[in-house]
Design a binder for this molecule. Structure first.
Ligand code: SF4
Ligand code: SF4
Length: 295
């Protein structure tokens, strides 16, 4: 029988709360025993610190989009007048084109075109990569503009992560999730084994955490919290700890504010590495160990 793989997803109510500080440290502390997944598809940056080399990459397609063949098009305007999303326009020469950013892939124009001039192509959404990094194997991705179908891309990078964990006989997957509470975050949380919320000691960050917690609650996934920059507002830190207990979440610990953290990340090092000598290193080690023992 195969071993149960545990998948931890690190999330935050919005960007800039210290999610990268936590995820890069967890990646380092996993000592090559985990598959790492960067599911922050709009701003993947784990590899900047993990410093890996690509060993496999594939383009990812999801949904469709229309494209007009100018040779077959007779400039009848039917498509332009029918598109609810105003995705089709024409120029002074009567050349009709589809805006990829506006096309929702509803297929109406394809069905209405009397000349069969509109192609119905799969939409190229982004690229997925497997990398060998100094922290272990990493699955990362790049979302192409206009950033459509990012939830599907998140689902796909997690699938790659799970398949690699099975293949490499790893028992742990660490997912750096997208910030916010949108579709990509929901795609990152679904069916995971543990959620790690990174919250900052500020009223707005607590508010954001409550919003995402409401969404997460519906999945009944064990939830853990670490408080970043806990010493910048001890009153809010106490309020966050009370909320954690009231809402049946699990408190992992605090991380102090330290300007050197930004400097370490700027030098492409995780806070858990020797080059960073501040208190946050022990705090993150304790947070990681507490989490691993709990899941
Ligand atoms: S409906 Fe077809 S033929 Fe008419 S303008 Fe559009 S693409 Fe051209
Ligand atoms: S597929 Fe739909 S949204 Fe896209 S151009 Fe055609 S009618 Fe407009």
């Amino acid at each position: 029988m195969s071993k149960k793989i545990k998948e931890i997803v690190i999330i935050s109510g919005k960007g800039g709360t210290g999610k990268t500080t936590v995820s890069s440290s967890f990646a380092y502390l996993s000592k090559g025993n985990a598959v790492l997944v960067d599911a922050d598809v709009d701003g993947s940056n784990l590899n900047i610190i993990a410093d890996g080399e690509s060993v496999k990459s594939e383009q990812f397609y999801a949904g469709h989009q229309a494209k007009i063949d100018p040779v077959l098009c007779t400039s009848c305007s039917i498509c332009e007048n029918s598109c609810h999303y105003k995705a089709i326009t024409h120029n002074d020469q009567g050349v009709f084109t589809v805006s990829p950013a506006l096309c929702e892939g509803c297929k109406l124009c394809v069905m209405l075109c009397p000349s069969g001039a509109i192609d119905w192509n799969e939409r190229l959404v982004g690229e997925i990569q497997q990398l060998d990094t100094r922290f272990g194997p990493l699955i990362s991705s790049h979302l192409y503009p206009p950033g459509e179908n990012s939830g599907k891309l998140v689902t796909e990078v997690r699938k790659w992560g799970r398949e690699l964990a099975i293949k490499m006989d790893k028992e742990l997957i660490i997912v750096d999730g997208p910030p916010g509470i949108g579709c990509p975050t929901i795609a990152a949380m679904t069916s995971s084994d543990a959620l790690v919320f990174v919250v900052e000691a500020s009223v707005s960050s607590l508010h954001d955490m409550k919003r995402i917690r409401k969404v997460a609650e519906t999945f009944s996934i064990p939830s853990y919290v670490c408080i970043n920059k806990s010493d910048i507002n001890s009153e809010v830190t106490e309020e966050i700890i009370s909320y954690i207990h009231e809402s049946n979440m699990n408190f992992l610990g605090t991380i102090v504010y330290d300007e050197e953290i930004g400097r370490a990340l700027g030098q492409r090092k995780s806070v858990s590495e020797d080059s960073y000598g501040g208190k946050a290193r022990e705090e993150l080690l304790s947070i990681f160990n507490t989490l691993i023992q709990a899941i």
